[in-house]
Design a protein. Structure first.
Ligand code: AMP
Ligand code: MG
Length: 479
């Protein structure tokens, strides 16, 4: 084996109640289609010969030091409690501590059946694998906490989905851990207090060593999640499936299923084909994050001798979340319009703009970027982005008056407004090309999205919103 991954596993050393040891299921013809060498270096991995890389990242060979397992968890899916989920198509190979001193999980996704697969095949097809690769790496480049993509491999096998037979693939995902709200819920609902306590200690040590006890953990997760959800809002991201099993303890974006970045702004936008009631619509995300935190609180208090004694503090922590999210939201959206230190009075300037954008069917990313360019009069033409430019002009007068009190609005806006986001129609086109054997669009998207705040001369097309016939109305789990 020429590939070397410096594993240092701690989760596998926990008692077996937390997982099932399980090796990935070998595939027919492994082929490596992507390897993120920059991330490999962050993890301290020494890459090897092509054949070894393909074998490892498709699940056909276990690198030295791996201790593969499927993690156990439960979760509320669309508000309904499912008492047992777990990794049904993923395998944790192990953990590494990179040269930066940070511990991270390395997980294969789409690596075959596990004891938690229920009716599923444990596999993934190439489309969602490449989608997660591109979108998670784009999220990272935008500066938003997220799992990352280390590799993608095809399996040479056919995966059967509603659409028919599709090429199978495996994604190698990296996370600061895969602990979720659902990881705690399962032991709380089963009344397994010792396991709950042990997992709480583990999570504290791994993610929040400065915090203390179950309420310290709850508070830390709250702070991380309120930052995360406001960051999503600021780039027009819709997670799509904010179930408690997809809500990470570390505060990273996890599980890129039917997610999307908005083109035209509308607060009620929903993409996910399975979200029939709009539970996870764009503007509902801050409230859902509170709902998920309340589920974590409910689980964590079960470890106390007298859970009732913790209720008051837990309630206070959960109730504190909306104000934190709003403060983070104000800071981020303030920056988007050039305000370095926005005050509460600036809120209406932002919400008025958002109303104009919704009524005027503005492209979320492009109007903010045009506004940034508009600081040099006549350059960006944000007014052209809305259907009713006169209403916009009145807003812009007030905005310019407010900007007069700012020292460096140009720099503030440049750092807060990306030029490029992974647009759905471009992702769909990239997937279609890859399925036909052409990975050039995949590589090009990765290159441009790795540097999203700069204009790339040759990538003007990637700024374009979809034409009427290119609009993607729904995204699918498709896993
Ligand atoms: P998700 O909606 O992707 O968060 O997945 C929810 C649950 O369904 C998790 O327990 C997954 O492991 C499981 N699951 C999703 N797709 C599959 C599949 N193809 N085979 C087995 N389990 C799956
Ligand atoms: Mg999930």
């Amino acid at each position: 084996m020429t590939l070397h991954i410096p594993f240092d596993n701690t989760y596998a050393a926990l008692p077996p109640v937390f997982y099932s040891k399980q090796a990935p299921v070998p595939v027919k013809t492994p082929a490596l289609v992507a390897y993120n060498s920059a991330l490999g270096e962050v993890l301290g991995i020494t890459s090897g010969e092509a054949e070894d890389m393909a074998a490892v990242f498709a699940g056909n060979a276990l690198p030295m030091g791996a201790d593969p397992l499927a993690q156990l968890y439960a979760g509320h899916q669309f508000g309904n409690y499912n008492p047992q989920l777990g990794d049904g198509r993923a395998i944790l190979l192990g953990e590494v501590v990179g040269p930066d001193g940070l511990r991270r999980d390395i997980q294969l996704k789409g690596s075959g059946r596990t004891p938690y697969s229920r009716g599923g095949d444990g596999r993934a097809w190439l489309g969602p694998v490449l989608r997660e690769y591109v979108v998670s790496e784009a999220m990272h480049a935008l500066g938003i906490p997220t799992t990352r993509a280390l590799a993608a491999a095809t399996t040479g096998e056919t995966v059967w989905r509603e659409e028919g037979g599709l090429p199978g693939a495996v994604l190698t995902r990296v996370a600061s851990s895969h602990l979720r709200v659902g990881s705690f819920q399962i032991f709380a609902s089963r009344g397994e207090q010792a396991a709950l306590r042990q997992l709480t200690d583990y999570a504290l040590q791994r993610h929040y060593p400065e915090a203390d006890g179950p309420m310290g953990l709850l508070r830390s997760v709250r702070d991380a999640q309120s930052e995360l959800v406001s960051a999503w809002m600021s780039v027009g991201f819709i997670h799509g499936v904010m179930n408690t099993d997809n809500s990470s303890i570390s505060g990273e974006t996890i599980d890129y299923g039917p997610c999307a970045f908005m083109d035209v702004y509308h607060p009620q936008t929903v993409f996910s084909s399975i979200d029939r009631t709009g539970r996870y619509a764009y503007s509902n995300q801050p409230d859902i994050a509170v709902w998920n935190l309340a589920q974590l609180a409910t689980a964590l208090i079960q470890q106390a001798e007298d859970p009732q004694a913790m209720v008051e503090e837990a309630t206070e922590i959960v109730h504190g979340m909306p104000a934190l999210t709003e403060a983070a939201w104000l800071r981020r959206f303030g920056a988007k319009i050039g305000l370095a230190d926005p005050a509460r009075e600036d809120m209406t300037l932002i919400t008025d703009l958002l109303s104009l954008m919704a009524e005027g069917r503005a492209d979320f990313t492009n109007i903010f970027k045009a506004l940034a360019d508009d600081i040099q009069p006549g350059h960006g033409r944000a007014r052209d982005q809305v259907l009713a430019p006169e209403a916009f002009d009145a807003w812009a007068d007030g905005w310019r008056a407010r900007l007069a009190r700012e020292a460096e609005p140009e720099a503030v806006m440049a750092a807060a407004n990306p030029v490029y986001i992974p647009r759905n129609h471009q992702i769909e086109a990239m997937i279609a090309s890859a399925v036909a054997g052409d990975y050039a669009p995949f590589e090009r998207l990765n290159t441009v999205l790795a540097d999203p705040y700069q204009v790339h001369e040759s990538a003007e097309d990637l700024r374009r919103p979809p034409a009427a016939d290119e609009v993607v109305k729904a995204t699918f789990c498709g896993t």
